[in-house]
Design a protein around this ligand. Sequence first.
Ligand code: SAM
Length: 192
Amino acid sequence: MTPGADWERRHAEAPDLGAPAAVLTENLHLAPRQGRVLDLACGRGANALVLAERGLEVHAWDRSETALERLQQAAAGWRIRTQCRDVIEQPPAAEAFDLILVAHFLHRPLFPALRAALRPGGLLFYQTFDQHRLTGRGPSNPEFRLRDNELLTLCQGLAIRHYREEAAVGDTAAGRRDLAMIIAQRPPTEPG
Ligand SMILES: C[S@@+](CC[C@H](N)C(=O)[O-])C[C@H]1O[C@@H](n2cnc3c(N)ncnc32)[C@H](O)[C@@H]1O
């Protein structure tokens, strides 16, 4: 199978855009009201739509043409600048975005580029699967799941504004399980 073929099929068969990420919907008040934002590895773009509805200039990148077509069909009325792009080979340029959102995609070497792609004061919203597998959701390959508190390490150099990772503590039938989420901010001015 060619890389990404599985995602083309999954995006084609999905009944709808899916749900936007909790890190975004539960913390939308932290997002700016204007600016240029990126939904990276956007899939069918449920998060891009939430950001567009907030009035932001939304760029949505994924390497799946099918996913981007589904997004454009659903986005009727909203301008979303989709781009079919391999985000590992072509990461975002330095200081290009006021907010970058990444949901359910993990490529660890990309973090320095994500940090650099934020404008001063810009925010990274990131959510993906952890190691616990309490819900059955997410990738089976453990390399594509975060280790304990790993998002905190990956976001070093940014100021942490929100973090949630419940692991297997307490009543595991409640809460947001199998996920870690972070909102981290590039300092408004870099130290001298
Ligand atoms: C689990 S989906 C997540 C989609 C969306 N962010 C969400 O949370 O609904 C992972 C997405 O990453 C995309 N993807 C995987 N590798 C990629 C790459 N190297 N460049 C761009 N997109 C990639 C896939 O096409 C797929 O749409």
